[in-house]
Design a protein around this ligand. Structure first.
Ligand code: COA
Length: 436
C-alpha cells in the first residue's frame, strides 16, 4: 500500500479520531506551541466519554481546559513542567508534577517508567515521501510519537517544515488517525523587558565573546541579553528552545553559526516558541535543525560544543550557590526543564560557561532572591556543585571554584543593596569572621 493509500485510510474526523483514546489510558500531548489545539478541544468536548485519562504534558501553552475544576473525573494532569495553564491544577491537587531532567524524559517513555498509550501531535501535511514534520516541537514529542501505542495526528498547513530529525511518516504503524485542521499556531507573547532586565542582559553580555554558541531559556532575561549582543560576531545557537529575539540577531548578521564546533552553520534546538515571525523564519530554512531533546539537551552532546554559554534563571539562590529554579517553597511553579542539562553540558565543554541570571529581588522588591537558606520545601534545581556564574542587575558572581566563604561574598556583592547588610550578618555568624 502506498503512503497515499495509508493517508486516506487513516483520515477521519476529530470526533472519530478521539475514540481511539480510552478511559484509563496515558496520553502525551505535543509540547508547548506545537500543541494540536483542535484535537485537545475535541477531547475536552467529549470529556464525558472518558474516565481517568492521565495527561502527560510539559509547557502547556494551550487553554488547559482538561485541568480545570470539574474535569477531575475525566482527566488527571501529570506535569513534567508546571506552566501557567496548569499551575493551579497542580497546586490545588488536581494534578501532579513528575521531576525529571528534560533530556531524560524520552527515556521515561521507553524504560517502563512512563509507557504511553496515546500521543497526540500536530504536523505539516506529508511531503512527497509521506513524511509529516513536527515543526516547532520535536523535543519529547517525536520520542512520544515513536513510543506510543497509538498516535493521533492533526495535520495543519500552518506548521512550519523544519530540518533535522523532526518527522514521522504517514505509514508508521502506530499512527491510527489523521485529522486535517488548519489553524494558526499558538504564539508566545513577547516578554516585557524593563530596566532591571536590561541591566542583567548587559552584565550577561560581558561574559559572551565573538564566536560563542548560546543556549537561552524562556523569558525576558534571555531576550534582554540578546539586546546587548548586537555588536558581536558569528554567534551560534545550540539551545533547548529559541524565540523571536534570535531572529532579530540572525537578520542583523550577528548569529551565523559559522564558528560552531558541531552542526556548523546550523541553528540547533528541540522546540521553538514565539510569534509568526519566528515560525516563518524557520519554515523550510535549511539552516534550522530540530532534534529530540535526548540529543539536543544531552550534557555529553552539549559538551562537544566549544565555547557554549548557557543562560537560565532561578527563583532563589542561597549563599552556598544552591539554586531553586522551579519552586517557591513547597509550591511548584515550573520545572527543572533543561537548566541542569545545559549547566552540566557547558561544564563538559571547552571554554563552556553557565549563567544563572535573575533579578536581585522578587515580589516588587520585597524579598531578596539571594538568601541565607532556601525557603522550606524549595527544590534544589542546580546544586552548589554544578553552579557556575550568577548574574543580577548589580553584577557578576563567579561561583565555581570558589570556597563557601568566597561564593557567599561574591553573591552578597550582587545582592540588592537593601538586603546586603542582613546577608553580611549571616555571613559573619556562619563563618565566624568579620565580613569587612
Ligand atoms: N520569592 C517569592 N516570589 C518569587 C521569587 C522569590 N524568590 N522569585 C520569583 N517569585 C515570583 C515572582 O514575583 C513571580 O510572581 P508573579 O507571577 O506573581 O509576578 C513568579 O514568582 C514568577 O517569577 P518570575 O521571576 O517572573 O519568573 P520568570 O518567568 O522570569 O521565570 C523561572 C523564572 C526561574 C521560574 C524560570 O526561568 C524557570 O522555570 N526556570 C527553570 C527551568 C529552566 O531554566 N529551563 C531552561 C530553559 S527553558
Amino acid at each position: 500500500m502506498s503512503w497515499q493509500d495509508d493517508y486516506q485510510s487513516k483520515l477521519m474526523s476529530a470526533d472519530k479520531a478521539l475514540d481511539y483514546l480510552k478511559s484509563g489510558e496515558r496520553l502525551v500531548i505535543a509540547h508547548a506551541c506545537g500543541e494540536p489545539s483542535y484535537l485537545v478541544d475535541t477531547m475536552v468536548e467529549k470529556a464525558e466519554q472518558y474516565e481517568n485519562v492521565e495527561i502527560v504534558h510539559m509547557v502547556a501553552m494551550g487553554k488547559c481546559a482538561y485541568a480545570q475544576p470539574g474535569m477531575e473525573k475525566h482527566f488527571r494532569h501529570n506535569a513534567l513542567f508546571v506552566g501557567g495553564g496548569t499551575r493551579k491544577a497542580v497546586q490545588e491537587g488536581r494534578g501532579d508534577y513528575t521531576p525529571c531532567f528534560f533530556y531524560r524524559i524520552p527515556a521515561l517513555f521507553t524504560n517502563g517508567s512512563l509507557p504511553i498509550d496515546v500521543a497526540m501531535v500536530q504536523t505539516t501535511p506529508p511531503d512527497e515521501n509521506g513524511n509529516m514534520c513536527l515543526g516547532i516541537s520535536v523535543d519529547y514529542t517525536l520520542p512520544a510519537a515513536k513510543a506510543a501505542k497509538k498516535v493521533i495526528v492533526q495535520v495543519n498547513k500552518e506548521v512550519p517544515r523544519t530540518g533535522g530529525n523532526s518527522c514521522i511518516n504517514v505509514s508508521d504503524a502506530n499512527i491510527v488517525a489523521i485529522v486535517e485542521h488548519d489553524a494558526p499556531l499558538i504564539e508566545l507573547p513577547l516578554p516585557k523587558i524593563g530596566e532591571v532586565e536590561k541591566a542583567i542582559g548587559a552584565n550577561c553580555a560581558k561574559l559572551i565573546n565573538d564566536g560563542d554558541t548560546l543556549q537561552l531559556g524562556i523569558g525576558a532575561i534571555p531576550d534582554a541579553v540578546l539586546l546587548f549582543l548586537k555588536e558581536k560576531k558569528d554567534l551560534g545557537i545550540h539551545s533547548e528552545m529559541f524565540s523571536d529575539g534570535v531572529v532579530e540577531l540572525a537578520e542583523a548578521g550577528v548569529i551565523t553559526n559559522a564558528k560552531k564546533t558541531t552542526h556548523k552553520g546550523k541553528y540547533v534546538a528541540n522546540f521553538l516558541m514565539g510569534s509568526k515571525r519566528l515560525y516563518d523564519f524557520v519554515n523550510n530554512n535549511p539552516d534550522v535543525e530540530m532534534y529530540p531533546v535526548d540529543y539536543v539537551n544531552h550534557p555529553i552532546v552539549i559538551g562537544k560544543e566549544d565555547n557554549i554559554v548557557s543562560i537560565n534563571s532561578c527563583v532563589q539562590i542561597d549563599l552556598m550557590g544552591q539554586a531553586a529554579s522551579e519552586s517557591i517553597g513547597y509550591t511548584q511553579i515550573s520545572g527543572v526543564g533543561g537548566q541542569v542539562d545545559f549547566i552540566r553540558g557547558a561544564a563538559f565543554a571547552k571554554n563552556g560557561r553557565a549563567i544563572l541570571a535573575f533579578p536581585s529581588t522578587a515580589a516588587k522588591g520585597k524579598v531578596s532572591k539571594i538568601v541565607p537558606l532556601l525557603d522550606e520545601g524549595a527544590a534544589v534545581s542546580t546544586s552548589r556543585n554544578d553552579v557556575d556564574y550568577a548574574v543580577t542587575e548589580y553584577g557578576i558572581a563567579k561561583l565555581s571554584g570558589k570556597t563557601l566563604k568566597e561564593r557567599a561574598r561574591a553573591l552578597i556583592e550582587i545582592a540588592h543593596p537593601d538586603f546586603r547588610d542582613g546577608l553580611k550578618k549571616v555571613y559573619e555568624e556562619r563563618f565566624h569572621c568579620s565580613y569587612e
